[in-house]
Design a protein around this ligand. Structure first.
Ligand SMILES: Cc1cc2nc3c(=O)[nH]c(=O)nc-3n(C[C@H](O)[C@H](O)[C@H](O)COP(=O)(O)OP(=O)(O)OC[C@H]3O[C@@H](n4cnc5c(N)ncnc54)[C@H](O)[C@@H]3O)c2cc1C
Length: 298
């Protein structure tokens, strides 16, 4: 029986694990992919305390080192479902079940898809949701970035140093972004922006992306590109359990408690106004210190 199981090894889950471990609690961190989570897919971060500028994978590596240094138990596995049984929680994996007194959901969110016909088939064949991972495959080629927010602009800037030309396809008439970021993009000679342009279809040739059809001013236009990077938001990774949600996101109180006793949620999976590293880490600390207090009283 663990004192606490944390599902998700991104910055929020790792922060919670460090606090629990420092308080001598029996804690397990379950991660299905790489420690650091979404950080492994971010090209550059310039607003995290202590760093002028750092790549996501470098920050993820530092977190991994911190997990190792603190001897935090990590299980590389996918949690399939969870069940609350009053004073304990059951965590179900493919091959076993684990129990804990407290559970923290730190499962983050997944990139949203365009939901176009060829999209799934073209992933890895022109369609990508991670410029950092796949950008180098499009060196000196023309690509598109589809999106209207900070992530789309940030990753377009990253790609502008690799690809010959980037066209940002924005379905709105404006960006929902930081002004400084947009100014940097506007200065780049190899970035073109298409406003009010709705992506309609992904066209393939010999199994690879060949072009994108988009609607602008009620006319269909075709853009020839070898790659398209999709940044149109994300959907939280939640489990099929009766948690109170706000939209698709988990609702929590100021202690990061969900509507189910002994289940907490932190980071990108919860409903909040701003999704950043600093508040994700802070929520990890809040959930962990609250759980530590409760464990010390039991
Ligand atoms: C392109 C981009 C750029 C960004 N730039 C910045 C920036 O400059 N500054 C900033 O402050 N923030 C930035 N952010 C936001 C910031 O990265 C996130 O808010 C933060 O990393 C979220 O951390 P997290 O721990 O909640 O989730 P994540 O890092 O997403 O971690 C969740 C983890 O849970 C794991 N998981 C999910 N389901 C399961 C399961 N069933 N079983 C086991 N494991 C599971 C996943 O594999 C993942 O590793 C950016 C985000 C993006 C997408």
């Amino acid at each position: 029986m663990y004192d606490c199981i944390i599902i998700g090894g991104g910055i929020s889950g790792i922060t919670a694990a460090v606090y629990l471990k420092h308080a001598n609690k029996k804690v397990l961190l379950i991660e299905k992919s790489a420690l650091g989570g979404i950080l492994n897919k971010i090209s550059k971060i310039e607003n995290y305390p202590g760093y002028k500028s750092v790549t996501g994978p470098d920050l993820a590596y530092n977190l991994y080192e911190q997990v190792k240094y603190n001897e935090i138990e990590v299980l590389e596995s996918t949690v399939i479902s969870i069940e609350n049984q009053g004073n304990t929680n059951l965590v179900k994996l493919k091959d076993k079940e684990l129990t804990c007194k407290y559970l923290i959901l730190a499962t983050g969110k997944e990139a949203r898809k365009l939901n176009l016909e060829n999209e799934d088939r073209l992933v890895g064949r022109g369609i990508s949701y991670c410029a950092l991972c796949d950008g180098p495959f499009f060196r000196n080629k023309e690509v598109a970035v589809i999106g209207a927010g900070d992530s789309a602009l940030l990753e377009a800037l990253y790609l502008s140093n690799i690809c010959s030309h980037i066209t940002i396809i924005n379905k709105y008439s404006k960006f929902k972004c930081k002004e400084t970021l947009l100014n940097q993009v506007l200065k780049k000679e190899n970035i073109t922006i298409l406003y009010d342009s709705m992506t309609k279809s992904l066209n393939e040739e010999n199994g690879l992306l060949k072009s994108i059809t988009y609607m602008k001013d009620e006319k269909e236009e075709e853009l020839q590109v070898s790659g398209a990077f999709v940044y149109i938001g994300s959907t939280p990774n939640i489990f099929d359990i009766n948690l109170e949600l706000d939209g698709n996101y988990i609702k929590v109180n100021e202690d990061m408690e969900t509507s189910i006793e002994r289940i907490y949620a932190i980071g990108d999976v919860i409903k909040k106004d701003i999704y950043q590293l600093t508040n994700a880490a802070s929520e990890g600390m809040i959930a962990a210190t609250n759980i530590i207090k409760r464990l010390n009283k039991e």
